[in-house]
Ligand binder design. Structure first.
Ligand SMILES: NC(=O)NCCC[C@H](N)C(=O)O
Length: 258
């Protein structure tokens, strides 16, 4: 039976030093961030997901953004090689965690760089953002790892957002949603629906019609509710100050055997 597990990673004491690229740095309230992270995990569990905590990485301010360390396809984990050098030590414990859950493990190797946040999976199609964090060699290694398993890899230029999934994610029916200001080439996606807020582009599929979304995107939530979805809002303000979003705080593992 398909598993419903989600990797999460508790923020460390240096969270406030996390990288910022497209935003001006504003102070992060670490105790509030921890409370928001706990509420996020609670929400996943309340919707039927078993959360699995990756060991904390106290020296890595951005480790809480666990999505960036790994890409899962079927039972195979491709361990990322983050584009930001400061984030590379994050991957070792994620590799241990996914191997411990029974995944086969492959790694992105030098000169490739790839962040998990650049990979949007819709069925067997993997859209991969070629941008500030993922380079051409990383895209090629993603293809080499997953095309033999039946994936179709579609490369997408990303020039205005940190990661592809900072710009777009997908609804349960595969419609890609995004804020037009951040999406270079909407025509690359089969169906594209614009949303009114940048953070409204981020949905985590909780199951059925339920969509985990940031509380900072009320108009987008309203739009999606009007299309028959059930948005579940969480406040992640402290992670948004570090360019994080609801998607990057977890990795859902749906196809592990055993
Ligand atoms: N997948 C994501 O969008 N991850 C957010 C990472 C934010 C972190 N401060 C970074 O710049 O790497």
């Amino acid at each position: 039976m398909a598993s419903k597990k989600a990797l999460i990673r508790r923020p460390g004491p240096r969270l406030a030093e996390g990288l910022v690229t497209h935003l001006e740095r504003t102070p992060v309230d670490v105790p509030l961030a921890i409370a928001q992270w706990e509420a996020y995990g609670h929400t996943l569990r309340a919707h039927g997901w078993e959360t699995v905590e990756v060991d904390r990485a106290d020296d890595c301010p951005d480790a809480v953004f666990v999505e960036d360390s790994v890409v899962m396809f079927r039972n195979v984990a491709l361990i990322a090689r983050p584009g930001a050098g400061s984030r590379r030590p994050e991957t070792a414990a994620v590799e241990q965690a996914v191997a411990g859950l029974g995944a086969s493990v492959n790694r992105v190797r030098e000169p490739g760089t790839l962040d998990g946040g650049d990979v949007l999976k819709i069925g067997d199609t993997l859209y991969v953002g070629r941008g500030g964090r993922t380079n051409a060699a990383g895209v090629a290694q993603l293809r080499a790892a997953f095309e033999p398993l039946g994936a179709r890899v579609v490369a997408v230029p990303v020039s205005s957002a940190l990661h592809l999934k900072s710009a777009v994610t997908a609804l349960p029916d595969g419609t890609v949603i995004g804020h037009p200001s951040l999406v270079d080439t909407p025509s690359l996606f089969g169906r594209f629906l614009p949303v009114p807020e940048e953070s409204g582009a981020h949905v985590v599929l909780l199951g059925g019609d339920r969509l985990l979304m940031a509380a900072s995107a009320p108009k987008s939530a309203e739009l999606l509710a009007d299309l028959g979805y059930a948005p579940v809002l969480v406040d992640i303000s402290e992670f948004e100050k570090l360019e994080g979003c609801v998607t990057c705080l977890s990795v859902r593992l749906r196809n592990l055997h055993g």
